[in-house]
Structure formats: C-alpha cells, structure tokens
Unconditional design. Structure first.
Lengths: 325, 347, 347, 325
C-alpha cells in the first residue's frame, strides 16, 4: 500500500471491514454525503449505500442508543460522534448502557459497537471539540478505550475494535489526522489490544503517553538526547485494557518515568499510570513518576491553547528533573 | 378524558363497539391479569420478609400491559421493557421461575433464555426506547420480520431520550410501537407536573400517529395495539400509544404513597379497576363466573408457588458473576482481580 | 409550505396584510440585516487570512434573526443565543468591537458588558434552551420583568435538551420564546433527515402554541415574535416559532457546501433572499432606493472597520486568562499551576 | 441541638440556608410533597411553599440546565438528583455547562448551584443507585466535589456549598443517612472546603478515604490496633479542592498509606491520591501507596454487592501488607 495519513488509514480500515463483513455499518452526523467533517467516511456512501452509511438526526444519545439496538439486531455499527466532547450528550447511553449491557443481561446480549470520535488540541477548534475526557470512560467498566498515535496503529487497532464483540471507544487525535504518512500494513493486519508500543527505546528514563502526546514525547526525547539523556517513549495504544506488565517491565528498567497527557491533571489517566507504577515497581523507582498535563481549567479557545496544553519545554523540564533525582 | 374505549367502567360494551379480541382471547387476557396481580402480592410479601429485592407492582395497569403485549407474536416480535410489565414478559416467553430468580438475586439463573425476544428490564428511565428503535430499525434493515414494543411511563416521557428515540423512529419508519403507560404518577410526582401537553399528541411532531386509549380497558388496548403492530409490520412505521390508567399500589416496595396521594384518589382509581371491568364483561358474555374464577385462581396460585419453588432451588449468585459477563475477553487486570476475589471467596 | 407570510418573495404585500412593523422600523431592520451581511463578509475574509477563529455566517437568515430580536426590549429582555445570531446580539447591546475581539481571540476583551442581557454564544447544541427556561422561570419567580428569547437550529431541535427544555417551559409557563431557525441544513444534513414531523407542531405536545413563519419575511417574523413576546410578558407562557429560511453560505469557515448541496439549491435559496425582498417592499413604500442604500452601506462599512480597529487595539489574551475565571476561589492546586505557568510565561 | 442523623443534618442545613437567604430554592424529583425519596427535604414544601420547593418533570438535564438559568436570574438553586448514577443523564449540563459557565462568559456570569445526590452501596438498591462516579467530576474543572462522611460535616459542608459562588457537587452516602447520630454544631457553623479531617490519629500507617469508606476505615483501624498497628484515618471531605498539603503532612509522618474507595479501581480517585502522594512525598514513603477499591466491573445488584465493595478484610489485609513492607 502507498504510505497513508492517519485519516486515510482509518478510512481504509472502515472500507476493509465493510467489505469483509456485511453487518458492519457506519452512522453519525454528516458521515454520508459529506463523508464526515474530517473525511474519515469519504466515499463510503457511494460504495456501500445509504443503509450502511447513515446520516443521523442530530442527537448523540440516539446515535449511541440506536447503535446498541442495531447491535442487538445482529448488525455491527460503527457510530461516529463528531467530537469526543459531544459524547457527554450520550454519556448515559455509553457507560451505563452500552458498556453494561452484557453484564446486565447476564451474558445473553453483547454489543459489538465501535464508537469513533476525534479529539485533542493544537488545531484551534471551537469549545468542546478538543476536550480530552478519555479517563472518564476508564471508570465505566465494560467498554474498551483505544487511542492510536500513528496511521499504522489506527488501521490495525480499528480492525481489532470493529471485530471485538464488546464496545470500544476509539478516539482519534485530530491534530495527527494529516500530519504525516507512513507505510501501513494491509489486509487483516490487526493490532492487538493491551500491548503497548515502544515508540523509541531508551535507557535513562521512560516517557509514557498515548494519542497525540506520543509525538510530543518523541520530540522531547530528541531534545533530551542532546543533553545526553536517553529517553524511551512508550505508546500505551489502549487504556483499557492497560498493558500493566509491559509498563512495569519498561519502567523497572529505567527506574524513572514521566507521563504526558492533554487532559487536565487532576484525575486524568496519568494518575492511574503513576499509581500503578508506584504499586507495581516501587522498589525499582529512583524518582517519583512525574505527570505533565493540561492545567485544571477548561479547555480554552483561541491562542490560549498554546499555554494550556503540555509543551515540549514542560515535558523536557519534567524529564530532566526526574532524571536528576 | 378517557381515551379510546370499548367497555365502560362497569364492563358494558359501548354502543356499536365490536371488540377485535373474542371471548376466548379476553379470558386469556384476564388470566394474565390475574396472574400479574397474584405475583404482585407474592412479591410484596417476599420483600416484606426481606427475601426479595425491590419490586414495582403492576396493580391497576394490568389491562395496559397485557392488552398491548397480546398484540405481539413472540416468535418474531420483541419487547423492550421498563420495570413494571411483568405479565407481558411472561406471556412473551420469560419463564416465571427466572423472573423469581431475578428478584431472589440468583444471578445467572435469571438470564433471559436465548430464544426469548426480550430485552432486560431497564432502570434508567427512557434509555430503552433508544435501544428499541435501533433494534427495530436493524431488523428492518436485515429484512427480518419482527416488531419491537417498547414500554415507558409518563414520567419517563419527560426525558430527552424519549424525544430522540421517537424522532429517530419517525425518520427511519422503524417497526416500533411505543406504549406509554400513563398511570398518573412518577413516584410522588403527579401527571400534571410532567407536562402541560397531551402526551399522545407528541407523536404528530415526529410524523407518526399517536393514540390515547383507556388503559383500563383490555379490549380497547388490544385493538389499538394490534393496529399499531400491523402498521409496523406493514412497513408503515411507528405508533405512540398512551394508555390512561392508574397505579393502584406503591411505586415500589420502598415507597409509601400515603405520604402524597390525595384523599380519595385511590378509591377513585379502584373504581376503574381493569380486572373488575373485564370480569363483568365476560360474565355478561357467559364465559366467566365465580366458579371459573376460583379454578383459574387456584391454577395461578399453583403456577406461582411452583415457579417460586423452582427458583429457590436454582443456584445462588456466585462471586464469579461479578467478572464473567463484563467482557468476552477481559483485560488482564480484571482477570487478576477475579483471581484475587476467588482466592478470598474460596477461603 | 412557507409559513405565515406578509410579503411575497418579490416584496409585495399579500392581500389584506397590515404589517405591524412600520416603514421606519423596517428600515431599521434592513440596516441590521445589511450590517450582518457586511460582517459575514469581513469575518470570512479575516478567517481566510488566518486572523479570525471559526465563523458561522448568518447569510440568508437575516430576517429571522433580526425580525425576532426586534421584538425584544434590551433593557428588560434577554437573549440566549446559539452561534449564528450576530445582528441580534449587536442590536441587543453587545458592542461590535467586543464581538470582533472574540473572533480575534482577545480573551477578556470579548466579555459581555455587565448591563447587556445576553448569554454567551453556545456551541453545545440545544443546551442553551435549558438555561433560557431556567432564566425565564427565575425572572418570573422574582417578579422581575423580562422575556427570554432562545435560539436554536432545526438540527439542534433533534437533541434531547430541546424536548426537556420545551416541556419544562410549558409546565412552568415560563416567559420564554423559542426561535427555531430552520435553515434546512445542519452542516451537510438536510432537514428531511432531522425529523419526519413538522417542527413547529411539537409545541402542541408541550401545551403551548407553535407557529411556522416565513423566515425570509422580516415583517412576518417581527409580527409573530412580537405576539409571542407579548404573550410571555403577560404571563401566558412560551411560544415556539419555526422560521423557514435558508443557509445561503457554508456552515462555517471550515465547511465546503459544494460537497453536499444539491444542484440548484443555492440559486433557489437566493431567489428568496430576505434582503432583496425587504428592499423591494421598502422601495415600493418610497423609503428606500440605491442612494439610501449606498449611504447606509457606507455607514455600515465605517462602523465595521471602526469596530475592528478598536478590537485590534484591545489587549491580547494572557496566560492568566486560563485560571482567573475558573472559580471565584480557586483550589490551591490550581493556584500553584497558575504560578508554575506564569513563572514560565514570564520567562 | 439534639444529636442528628446525617439526613437530619442535611435537612437542617437546607432549612437554615432557606431561612437565611430567600434566594435559596430546592428542586428535583419528588422533593416536594414526598420530601425526597430519603426525606432530605421533608417539610420544606409546607414551610417555604411551592415556588421554593419544586417538584420537577422527570428530566435530569432539565433539572441541572434550568438550575443554571435560575442561578443566572439571581436565585440560588439546590437541585437534587435522585441518585448520583442519574447525573449521567445530565452529564452534558454539568461538566461542560454548569462548571464552565464562569469561564465561558469570561467572568461575566457565575453559577451558585449546589447539586445534591445520594450514592454508595451496602443497601441493596437497584442498578445505578449506588454508582460511585465521583472521579468523573474531578475531571471537569470549574465544579467542586464535596463528600461528607458524618452528620456534622454534612451540615457544615452543605452550608459552605450553598454559599459558594461556584457550582458544587455534594454527594451523600445513602448507607450512612441514618446510621447514627452525633452532636452537630448549630447556626452558621460552616466547614471549609479543602481541609481534610483526621478521623482518627495513628502513627504507623495512614488510611485515606471519603464518604462511607471513612467508616469502613475506622473499623479497619480498630481491627489493626488489635494487631498492634496504629492506623490513622483521614477523611478527605472534599476531592476538589484537594487538601494536598494536609495529605502530604500526614502521610510523610507515617510513610505508609492505603486509599479506600467504593468506585472501581481503574482511574478511580484513589489513583489521584496515590499519584499525588508519590509525587509529593516520594522520599518519605516506606511502601507503595495501596489502593482498595471495587473491582473493574459494573456495580452488581442483589447479594453480589457484598463481594464487590471493599470489605473490612480487604482493607485490613492491604494495611497489614503495607505496614509490613
Ligand atoms: C433516569 C432516571 N432518573 C430517575 C430515576 C428514579 N426513578 C425510578 S422510577 C421513577 C418514576 C418513574 O415514573 P414513570 O416513568 O411514570 O413510571 P412508573 O413508575 O409510573 O411506572 C423515578 C424517578 C430513574 N430510575 N432513572
Ligand atoms: C451537541 C453537539 N453536537 C454536535 C455539534 C457539532 N455541530 C456544530 S453545528 C452543527 C449543525 C447544527 O445545525 P443546526 O442546529 O441546524 O444549526 P445551524 O448550523 O443550521 O444554524 C453540528 C452538528 C455540536 N456543536 N454540539
Ligand atoms: Mg407513571
Ligand atoms: Mg440548520
């Protein structure tokens, strides 16, 4: 395959699954004629017709709630929520319904549903569009949370998500949609859940991230190399399931870790990483696990986001501090 | 305001009315209504003894629940219940012992059998309407037969999910029948607080018919529901049926309606009792009398006690139940938690 | 289907119509409409230059926005906007330079002045309707004068919040006017996908009147809105007004409607242009001609450029803005974060 | 004042504030005639009339959304959500609206709104009624999260909440509503936010909890005393603002800590505590901060909850393990 951007890789995964399994359908706002506000579903309507590529009335609760019902009927819906921030409108249909339906029905039913949603900052979108609320979904057992950082992972993880018999929240970093191209494995090359990716090896310190923050950490690692600090970068890929064993193995080796995320600090998923690491490899840690995150304020609009999001400087500084302890 | 009616409160056929449900069907309906009432009593007693979880009696609204569900064919149609539709579930195929097992906290024993087209009871009000629409639309997309009947209360109809579900059903012409059981109360909140409008008229705004029916009249409910199911089956889309009825009992076993029911309200409601009304009608038709009633009641009592006994013999909930139906393929962390608890629970 | 109308598309008074808005008022309305269109053009140009945030033009729906808001008294009434009502905000007292400041990302400079009864633009569709109802109800509870006008699109009307807000407004007879601007599109999604019903008819189900009006007819919108405001002011409760109009431009500056607009749709929409229609009417009334138009347009251009210049001179956003309006009394942790950033930002 | 149960203390706080400030009103499901499903608002309708004690249509989004508007009009609403699990139906009106309105309006508006909601397990309620989802609200900047564990704190913190110019989520442990009585300070005796309470002093180890788990920790501390382990018990009282300084001072003293909560482990607020402690007093910690929580599965119904919730045994065992490291 020619090198693909992330958005192309996502589209390719959707096409591949819709060809492979006629139960797969996509639905959401503007996914049909327009092909999605980011073109993730471009061309799908023409290819698969309006019964499998469905423009929905403007109601996130109905998009998710009806996806649950569509799954019960035997279909495999892949709903798109236009931006992750608008999953709030459907929150009551995600954590307490979609995620729990297998449990509530004592295994009689399951919901093979993959919710796709773009999120993340750095592209000056209006309010709610960048909100990084992934941690809220980790607190709702029954759903998996998947967050690719590269085109290849986006395709491979999306195949896994659509084939997973349980609901998956698949969140896509809008900033990286068209950032670069890479060779993407073709065909049925799934990427399994629960196995982190070593985005860059390193021996002094471990930077831990997911989604767009992985790229930030890679840049930070380069900068740190100039200082003579060898920083590994881990891409978690999936928050649920979390690759605890992989994390522990990597961090035990370096004894130092920094977690980086775009969500506000307090109760962000970075807290879970730090808590887990200090539980699981307390005696190998030479320094506290540091967290670099957005501040505990709402995502701002306009130029303020440059001060709000974790910056290269903040990551590098936290890493230096951690390496020096 | 009573809605569409076939029988008056004393069980007399209204002039010119020709019920679609024959005497045999009406007797069957009456039997379900009596079973429901007997179950209410048994469940309430079990709760009082601390042996049963919270229970919401159907008392007063049996004609609405039974009459609507009798319009369904359990071999192809589906029910998306709320939590106050016991006889509909049992008629649709849910074994009575499994219903008991659920209230007894017997875990997996309460699972809906694979061949029964029934969604689990729903506590989060109105959420099930969205599922029902998705299911109905999905059946239609796959050219599978089947109509989905979704229940909710007049309280639940104030939730945003009601609107979103009805609106989508209209757009997709989904084969779904919304049965809104307006029993005048949402816990202590009277109908007048729920809305300043007539509930059945909301359907117009979604582009499909809305009907108000006397929910204490089994024959009327059956007829209206049957027409709605036929429309849905014919691809003509959804219907909203508002059943006007009364909650003759507490909201659930933790509630005390004396704190809020106006003087005389209950007595008034009981005067419109759906069972009394149907019995009078069937007696006039010559197919019901005290003898028949006693026989049916004895049979029901036996059925209920038998089911309860079966349920009591079913395996209890086990700690594994906490883990086994969370995911098909549970995260490593959850597996470890399971081991931790089972190690402990095995102690 | 055009809704209630006073002027035909060519600006002729319909037989027997007696507009409530006199020529002077209509000229004022036209001026706001022209200002709106000029702002659209300026904002779009600024966005293309990378100097402006995302902007949603009003083009095509000016009569709906201006006509409805002219029914309000800014000294007592309130507006709860969505994001496509620019001329209403400015007429209501929001200084044009502050509007510019907002799109320029100038932070605090864009704040709504304390004396202006206006809620901030709302991006999360339909959520503002709930706030509007609470505000209106709260004013009534305190016996304060004031009517709240809340805007939303036909897309937003599919959200659960629309239902919950309308229903509560009906129950509380809140002094609120819902202006549903049906411009036929929600980004790329056509009106037909939003609902199978007529949107204005939903009001019946909530127990208050719903009106459909030709949203390209300033005189008709003004009349319908004025009646609704009068009803609300008199304690008679809410009204839902559906304005049938067209979005003649892109959804916002990141959208490309050529990807989805059907052939000829835009041309058809432009034929119903509300400005052209009103100009024709006012010309026939003898109060408008090319000369007046040129003078008004020059004045507007000056006003816009002046406001833009003022906005450009306003203080830029500062890192403190991230912290200062989160809480009145911020948690210690947030204070420390502020210090951390300001130490850094000061570097 | 005679000793009060927690529910009486809450009612007393409501009455006190409604007497003191005529802008204060309560609204929610069944709060009027019935006086609330737990009787928290019993007698208020008779005392303050139907304009200040309002039975609402059954729509959580409208309860919260209209409270926001009522606050803008100059009133001080105290909405009740019947159970915390049903805040999900209003999630889009809480985090992204109520909590952010000050920020969005650049300080022009603020929302003096206190949302009260019962939650927590141990009383065999139906689905959703016990869900402990407090951590989800810590990720929504702009709102405070308050969780009393005693009658006196319930009253004092509720006074502070109602008087706070910003929105507060005030969550009440249904299991403790009528568990016991205690002397409750009268009048304007507010309890400030952001100051933890030392529920029991101790020198070997620190148990950290909030809401009903405090009582569990107290029982565990007694049991531990029998083993010769002196366990302190901290009651956080408020999760936002978090008393970081108080936590650090206490834990630095003992060098060992166990956090206990009723929410599922992953991304629960216990993670934030563990992460913060290892950041702020790494070198004083003699053992990893342990977490005892519910499992990562949905809250079960019926008898299963006994196996789901943290038990005395699990807390004691974790404490022993932590003390022994
Ligand atoms: C979303 C949600 N909010 C609140 C509740 C609590 N609750 C349970 S039943 C009930 C009243 C429901 O009334 P109605 O819909 O009329 O049904 P009925 O009980 O009369 O059958 C309430 C408020 C709930 N279960 N779900
Ligand atoms: C809750 C929510 N969901 C999705 C969006 C994304 N979005 C922004 S505008 C829009 C279309 C709105 O259409 P309509 O309500 O008709 O208003 P119009 O843009 O036509 O004025 C959508 C889907 C949003 N802002 N909020
Ligand atoms: Mg009811
Ligand atoms: Mg529109």
């Amino acid at each position: 395959m020619a090198p693909l951007t992330m958005i192309e890789a996502i589209r390719d995964a959707l096409v591949h699954e819709m060809e492979r399994d006629e139960r797969v359908m996509v639905l959401g706002l503007d996914v049909g004629r327009l092909g999605g506000v980011f073109r993730a579903t471009h061309g799908l309507l023409e290819r698969f017709g309006p019964e499998r590529v469905v423009d929905m009335p403007l109601a996130e609760g109905a998009i998710i709630g009806s996806s649950l019902g569509l799954a019960l009927s035997g279909l495999v819906p892949v709903p798109e929520i236009q931006f992750l921030g608008f999953t709030h409108q459907a929150f009551h249909q995600i954590g307490p319904q979609l995620a729990r339906y297998r449990f509530r029905s004592r295994g009689r039913y399951h919901c093979q549903v993959t919710i796709r949603a773009p999120f993340g900052g750095g592209v000056r979108t209006p309010e709610f569009h960048p909100d990084a609320i992934e941690a809220q979904f980790v607190q709702t057992p029954g759903i998996k949370v998947v967050c690719p950082a590269t085109p290849a992972d986006a395709r491979g993880l999306l195949l896994s998500a659509i084939r997973d018999p349980d609901p998956v929240l698949f969140i896509e970093p809008q900033r990286l949609y068209r950032r670069g191209r890479e060779e993407v494995p073709e065909g049925d090359a799934t990427v399994p859940f629960g196995r982190l990716r070593i985005a860059r090896p390193g021996s002094d310190l471990t930077l831990i991230a997911w989604s767009a923050a992985v790229e930030l950490c890679l840049r930070a690692a380069e900068r740190l190399e100039e200082d003579g600090i060898s920083a590994a970068v881990l891409d978690l890929r999936t928050l649920v399931p979390l690759d605890v064993a992989g994390l522990v193995a990597e961090v035990a080796r370096t004894g130092r870790a920094v977690v980086v995320h775009e969500a506000p600090l307090s109760a962000g998923f970075g807290a879970e990483i730090a808590a887990t690491l200090q539980e699981e490899c307390f005696y190998s840690l030479d320094a506290p696990v540091a967290r670099v995150a957005a501040w505990d304020s709402p995502y701002p609009t306009g130029p303020l986001e440059a001060w709000y999001l974790p910056t290269l400087e903040r990551v590098v500084e936290a890493a230096r501090r951690t390496a020096a302890r | 305001m009573t809605g569409y009616r076939i029988l008056d409160p004393d069980g007399n056929l209204l002039d010119g009315a020709r019920p679609r449900l024959g005497p045999e069907g009406a007797v069957e309906g009456l039997r379900w209504m009596l079973l429901s009432r007997a179950f209410d009593a048994r469940a309430t007693a079990m709760h009082r003894q601390g042996r049963f979880g919270t229970y919401s009696p159907v008392r007063g609204q049996e004609a609405s629940v039974v009459g609507s569900s009798m319009a369904l064919d359990p071999t192809v149609d589906w029910i998306a219940p709320s939590y106050r539709e016991l006889p509909a579930l049992v008629r649709h195929g849910m074994p009575l012992e499994r219903v008991f097992a659920g209230y007894l906290g017997r875990g997996k024993a309460a699972r809906i059998p694979d061949e029964v087209r029934l969604l689990p009871n729903q506590v989060a009000l109105a959420t099930q309407l969205q599922h029902a629409v998705g299911l109905a639309w999905g059946l239609a997309l796959q050219r599978k037969p089947g109509v989905v009947m979704a229940y909710c209360g007049e309280g639940a109809s104030s939730e945003g999910d009601f609107h979103e579900a009805c609106n989508l059903a209209g757009v997709k012409r989904a084969p779904v029948v919304f049965v809104l059981i307006n029993n005048q109360w949402a816990i202590s909140t009277p109908r007048s607080v729920q809305s300043a409008g007539e509930l059945y008229r909301r359907a117009e705004g979604y582009g499909f018919p809305g009907v108000q029916v006397d929910g204490n009249d089994l024959l009327a409910v059956y007829e209206v529901a049957t027409e709605a199911v036929e429309r849905a089956r014919a691809g003509e889309g959804p219907t909203l049926i508002e059943c006007l009825t009364h909650r003759q009992s507490f909201h659930n076993t933790t509630d005390n309606p004396r704190l809020y029911l106006p003087e005389g309200w209950l007595e008034q409601a009981e005067r419109e009792d759906p069972i009394r009304r149907l019995e009078a009608y069937l007696a006039a038709q010559g197919v019901w009398d005290d003898g028949v009633r006693a026989a049916v009641e004895a049979e029901i009592a036996e059925q209920i006690e038998g089911a309860l006994e079966t349920a009591l013999a079913m395996p209890a909930a086990r700690p594994e139940d906490l883990f086994d139906d969370v995911y098909a393929d549970p995260p490593e962390r959850l597996r470890r938690q399971r081991e931790e608890l089972l190690g402990r629970a095995g102690d």
